[in-house]
Design a protein around this ligand. Structure first.
Ligand SMILES: Cc1ncc(COP(=O)(O)O)c(C=O)c1O
Length: 390
């Protein structure tokens, strides 16, 4: 059984988060609370399945078979109440590689692509790298919660003749789990203006409290036809290093395009261990996921209470999903570059730079709270001490 309180030494495993932190933050002794993976062990069922597979000792080409497809179909149905079919599934080493391929498959060079900012940094590069143009629908922020400005959403689409919308659902970094009503409104506008929806739902399983994830494609037959969705077990079950994800598309025409793009680039398999882990996690990982969600909820409460009790300068934007806390640090009164220096040199914690999510992220930092309590407490106390002695 995974002990979510156990501190596991990750240094020396070539961990991006731990082994590259000193290099990135240009300081020794940084406590890494940045890149989005977790400091927890995966479900035992996953480790056991991997050990069995490794002990076989032969690692030739592997392909997901009907059983794997069925496991995915059942997971999507059980978790998101969305009925997909086996032949709607495409495999990919990761959601970011998928986004790159899908932007190319679903839009043309010179097209305009809508994103909702601040947003996960690769949303910018997957558009720009392929000669498409970014159009922003900036999220509204009232100091506590982010919402969508639907008038602006439609205006941006109309004014720029947007052909593709990349939705981040749940949203990284602002932590929103979009409601059915919000998704319906966005989808209606997209249908009205013939905009294809590319929905990145990598955080779909990481919902907190009473929040429930809805896959935008599940809202109606018509929306399903207009949408291509990216899912993955890697964020949910801490398998990012195993690189396994998939894309689903109902519409035949879109599937043809995807086939040309994915197969045309030689991408139509899953690596052996990624495939093994995906199957084991989806079949036997649910009890672990329930415990993970409790742990994340407790960590959110802890960070919020400690920070809000000890300082007025940093506000935790209450996350509805993801394990990434968006911290409003504007009351510290620092220029953004000074804020980054403050976190790394005074607090000695490694956070993601808010401005990397877009201009709107200036004055904000992103903290990863998927770690044992001891690590979280250490990070929060470092931050409080630094703020109080500033
Ligand atoms: C919204 C979003 N999409 C994609 C990814 C990364 O996906 P992958 O590791 O499968 O490329 C992340 C990782 O944090 C993310 O937050």
């Amino acid at each position: 059984m995974t002990n979510f309180n156990e501190v596991i030494e990750r240094k020396g495993t070539r961990s991006v988060k731990w082994d590259f932190a000193d290099q990135l933050f240009k300081n020794d002794g940084i406590l890494p609370m940045w890149v989005a993976d977790m400091d927890f062990q995966v479900p035992d069922a996953v480790t056991n399945a991997l050990q069995d597979r490794v002990s076989h000792g032969v690692f030739g080409y592997t392909m997901p078979d009907e059983d794997v497809k069925q496991t995915i179909v059942e997971w999507v149905s059980r978790q998101y109440d969305y009925q997909i079919e086996k032949d709607w599934i495409f495999y990919s080493p990761g959601v970011v590689p998928s986004l790159h391929m899908l932007v190319q498959a679903l839009s043309e060079v010179g097209d305009h692509v809508l994103i909702q900012t601040p947003v996960y940094p690769p949303f910018y590069s997957v558009v720009k790298n392929h000669g498409r143009h970014i159009v922003k629908n900036q999220l509204d922020f009232d100091g506590e919660r982010y919402t969508i400005d639907f008038d602006d959403f439609e205006k941006q689409i109309k004014d720029n003749q947007v052909s593709l919308f990349i939705l981040c659902s749940p949203h990284n970094p602002v932590g929103r789990v979009w409601t059915k009503e919000e998704l319906q409104k966005m989808a209606d506008i997209c249908l009205k203006h013939d905009v294809t929806i590319l929905s990145d739902e990598i955080h779909a399983d990481l919902v907190l409290g009473d929040h429930k994830h809805t896959s935008i494609a599940s809202l109606s037959e018509e929306i399903d036809q207009a949408t291509v969705t990216c899912y993955s077990p890697t964020k949910t079950f801490n398998l990012a290093g195993l690189q396994a994800s998939y894309v689903t598309a109902k519409d035949k025409q879109k599937r043809k395009r995807l086939e040309r793009q994915f197969h045309g680039q030689g991408i139509n398999m899953l690596n052996t261990l990624g495939l093994t882990a995906l199957e084991a996690a989806y079949k036997d990982g649910e009890p672990w996921l329930v415990n993970l969600r409790h742990t994340l909820e407790e960590n959110v409460s802890y960070v919020r209470e400690r920070l809000h009790n000890e300082t007025d300068s940093i506000r935790v934007i209450e996350p509805e999903g993801t394990y990434l806390l968006w911290l409003d640090c504007r009351k510290l009164g620092l220029e953004h570059e000074d804020l980054k220096t403050f976190m790394q040199d005074q607090a000695k914690i490694g956070l993601n730079d808010g401005a990397s999510f877009g201009e709107e992220g200036k004055g904000f930092m992103r903290m990863n709270i998927a770690a044992p309590k001891e690590t979280i407490q250490e990070g929060v106390e470092r931050l409080i001490r630094a703020v109080q002695s500033a």
